[in-house]
Structure formats: C-alpha cells, structure tokens
Design a protein around this ligand. Sequence first.
Ligand code: WTA
Length: 656
Amino acid sequence: MSELALDALHHETRRFPPPEDLAREANATAETYAAAETDRLGFWEEQARALSWEAPWSQVLDWQRPFSKWFVGGRLNACVNAVDRHVENGAGEKVAFHWIGDGERERRDVTYADLQREVCKAANALTSLNVKAGDRVTIYMPMIPETVVTMLACARIGAPHNVVFCGFSSDSLRGRILDSDSRVVVTTDGQFRRGAPTPVKPAVDEALEACPDVRSVLVVRRTGDEVAWNDARDVWWHDVVDSASDQHEAAAFDAEHPLFMMYTSGTTAKPKGILHTTGGYLTHVSATHRLVFDLKPDRDIYWCAADIGWITGHSYIVYGPLINQATSLMYEGTPHPNDKARWWKLIQDHKVTILYTAPTTIRTLMKWGAEELEPYDLSSLRLLGSVGEPINPEAWMWYRDTVGGGRTPVVDTWWQTETGGIMITPLPGVTATKPGAAMTPFPGVSADVVDNDGKSVPDGGGGFLVLTEPWPGMLRGIWGDDERYKQTYWSRFEGVYFAGDGAKRDEDGDLWLLGRVDDVMNVSGHRISTTEVEHALVSHPSVAEAAVVGATDATTGQAIVAFVTPRGSVAEDESSGDEFVQSLRDHVAKQIGPIAKPRQVLVTPELPKTRSGKIMRRLLRDIAEHRELGDVTTLLDPTVTDAIRERMAGGSEKEE
Ligand code: WTA
C-alpha cells in the first residue's frame, strides 16, 4: 500500500454501527465473543457440534507445535454433512445452487436432492476408475455444477481433491499433478468465456505428456467442441457418470483425513500444496459462514462471486454454504465491459441478499459508474463482504452506499489459503465498522501485530500480522514437505504463525491489513510470486536476467512490472521493439497463466544491483510507482536507474 494511502487510513474516523434490525436477529452477538473469550476450545467444540459426526471426538485439540490435530478420534463424512443430511431432514427440494451460465439464457437450478443423486453417481464412477480413499484427484474445470459435484464425490470417497484454477497454463497444471501425484484428472472439453467457447482439455493433454502415472481423464462435455481423444485414458462423464447408480453408501473418515489440497504461490518459484483436513476445516468454514454472513438458510440468497479454483470458492461457495444449507447463486462468468450491468441484473432477478466479492471487482464496477446500477432494484441486499486484498476506504464506502444503499454492513474479511477460513473480520450484528479495516479476530482466533523482534506493538503501532494460537481450519502442512512448512510459517517469529502480511493496530486496538511484506504480489486478489514470474521470464531463450515487482494499481491492487535484460546475442533493435515485449508477456502466460502476464515489461541493458550483487527491488518498485528515488549510494552503477527511468517514461502499459 502506498504511503499516501497509509496516511489516509490514519485519518479515517468514520464508524458504522450495525443496523438495528440485523443486530436484533443476528446469528452472532456480543455473547459469541464472550463465550470464545472464556473458553476458546469450548467455543470451537460448540461450532463442531453443528456438524453430523458418526463418532464423537475424544480430544478437541492435540497441539504439537506447529502441527495440530483437531477433534481427535472423531469420524465424519464431508459430503454427508454438505448434502445428505439436508435431504434426510426434508430439505431435498431446496435449491442449493441457482447456476447462471456465462451466456444470457443458460441457467440450471440444482436442489440438494439433485446434488445427492449426482454426487452418488460421480462417487460410483470414480470408484469404477479405481479411485480409493487417500488417492489424490486433480480437478481442472470451469464454474459449472459438475465441478462442485466432483469435489463432493471425491470428499465422499475420501479422495483428496486438488482443484487447479482453469486459467492456469498446462505447465502450471502439470507441476500440480506431479507434485500431488494424482492418477486421475477430471476436466471439460472447453468452457465459455465472455460469450465464446474456449478449449480446456488441450491444456490437460499437454500437461499429461509428462505425467506418465495419470491413468484416467474424466471429461465433462461443456461446449461440445471437437477434442483430441486418447481411448486408453479418456472417458466421457456422460458415459460413466450418467449410467452409474445413484445409490452410494458414504463411509465416515477420521477428522484428520485429508480433504483437499490447494496449491498457492509462496516466495519461491515452486507453488506449495496447502493441505486441509476434514473435521476442523468444516467446523471453521461453516461457523464463519454462519456467523460472519449471518446466514439465514430459509431467507437468504447468498452469492460468493469467487472462482471455485481458489480457496474462497472452496470454503465459501462449496463447503461453508452447503453445510449451512444455503441457497446460493453460482455464476460462471466474471464482470466484463461488454455487459456492465449483468451483475446488477443478477442481484435484482435473484433477489440476492448477501454478496461476497473482492475489492478489485468492486473497483472495476465503481469505475463503470453508479449509472450502470441505478436502473436496478438492489434493495434485497442486506450484507456485503470483501476478501482477497486490502480494501481502500473509497471502494468500501462505494460498496456500502451505492451498492448497499447505505443499509448494509460491509464485512472486510482477512484470511488465506493456509488459514482455510475467515480469521479477522467484523461480525455484522456486533461490530461498528470502519471503512478499510478488517477490525478484530473472529471469536476463537488469536492474532497479534508484532515488530521486527516479535514484540507485540502498542495501539497505534504497525508491524507484522501473526496468529498466536492454533485454529481448526489451519493448514496441516505443505504436501510432502514438513520442513518447508516449518520454515515458511513458523520460523520468522518464535512459536507463532507468520502470515506474510503487514498490519496496523489503531488507537482502538482494531486491525488494518496493509498487504504482503514478502515477495508475493496480490493482483486482482490472486496471489502471484515475484520469483515465479522471474523464473518464467528467464526461461525465455532471449532473456538473461529478470526482476519483477508489484506496483500499486488503482484497479487491480497491484500490477506486475518486469525489468528484463536481454541476452548479449539478442540484437538491440530486436529487443527494443513492442514485439519482443509482447513475446515475453505471452511467454509468462504460457508458463504460468494469463493472470501472471506482466502489465509492463521494461527492457534494460542492466538491472540496478548493490555492490554485493543483489538486485535492488525496492528501487525498482519506486521506479515502477513513479516515486522519487531514495538513497542509491549502495548502487553499483547509479546511471543504470536513469536509463531504466527513461525507458519507463517512453514505455506503454498494457491492460487486459
Ligand atoms: C490478502 C484469499 C487485506 C493477504 C482468501 C493474504 C487480504 C492473501 C484480505 C491471501 C483482506 C486476503 N484484507 N488483505 N480482507 N484477504 N488478503 O491465499 O495478503 O489467495 O495473505 O487467500 O490475500 O491470499 P489467498
């Protein structure tokens, strides 16, 4: 966050108490905080009791720092909790998802009973493909109901799923298939994006060229486009799932049975497989979903506008809402300039009451203007949530006033892939909110802000966010790499979890999140590592060296800016052209995925380095953000920065 923005936060004095009608009937009250304060583990046990267990736990928490086990000895089935028990309780005809296609006319309502039938069939089909409890299944699918069905079917048979965001390249997909050692992949022929069919399966085919252990690929027909077919390996969903029995007996698994893994970027080039297990994770996501969004299953239409390929989709489109028997909107598309009012139409037509999205989307909608939403009736909205990156006070106020008509509380929720569920957030019926602040830890969660030496900072101070006690949804490790788990999260400060975020504690003791303090960028709410992009760039045959920084961007939060030095063999006129820059951007998209494409690539004969040879990233960030340069005396060759600046001034910025 820029210093200017930080300064604005210091002066933010607006307060918004909860609306009285919401507070009166709220799922969470001041008592909720008090209960957790008095008995933290008892509070979590209470939340766990909202699930259906086949066998009770004998111990709430077994904490062998930094490894935790929750609800030790308990047994349950995630899918039974998300689906079957609602059907048994007579809610089978209740809609779980109003699914809305990318195209104008496509829609499908999926009830809990539909889900149960589909999931049972898919579970039988996966079993017929020889998938057993403990086997990992990689899912590379767009936002369609079959994606949810596949995840739940995996959970039902105890096979941890590994969902890879469909926008990732075949290279990224391959890395995740190999690291998770998946033998089965589920995908689609293609997907619809902005009204047009685009292929999906070719990326799987390409990835599998180097994954000899994958024996089956289950393919959902989505676009109907022609796809290459490998008879020995590929099977159509409509052949094996549709014909499978819709009866399936679900076995219970240990509370610590792995439920899924989700790869996320860290500070090194290799993404980490974050591992989540069953009992604690489900407890955490269902409790936060019920209390933070004040979910009333009989009244609310809930819309989390994330993609299932990210943790937000796992926790707050799939597991949290289904466990709470919510009726959700699930939308295949994303906001786009050719149809600026689509979102508002969806909210009006479906009478959405709770909306959960990312600041980058809010800023985009804000840029398109209030006139886009004025023709629509958004009065059904009663609660708005934000996640993924710091939300600036202007966007927060616009969300509350213009989208929510000034009636709706805004809950700014801080959490991570690693935390599994929401950790720092207002509670809508209790907290008087401040524009831009995530406010306080969720009941039962313990957080602190510490200085460089790990000492708690006083009110009014800033530093690093840490989590000081284990929580049920916490990651159980990094897949196959305990050492890296300890190193990454538990070594920076003695005995506490280091989140990688900067934070400020204001005079009232409330928390403001300030963004990453490591080499992880946050672009449109997506985590991307600078090292990963640098690796992609230097794998281009014409690149000698690359440095990547995240620069503040008014819409996407941060934008990727790359500084690249070409190899000596590349002619000056070749490397100075737009074509070269475009080929580098395309190369990154091919290596990682379009989300990692740098907004800007600066080609420079040299990178600024210290005398000891370290690239001066802070300086590059200053250049990328057009700031006055501070002290450059440690720089090896100070004229380098002038040369880069000149190019920067002449360069063009790309947006897509
Ligand atoms: C950032 C997404 C400020 C933060 C759920 C964190 C936020 C990273 C917020 C995790 C928020 C998430 N305010 N920053 N409300 N929510 N972040 O793993 O930097 O994709 O470390 O999980 O997003 O990103 P991830």
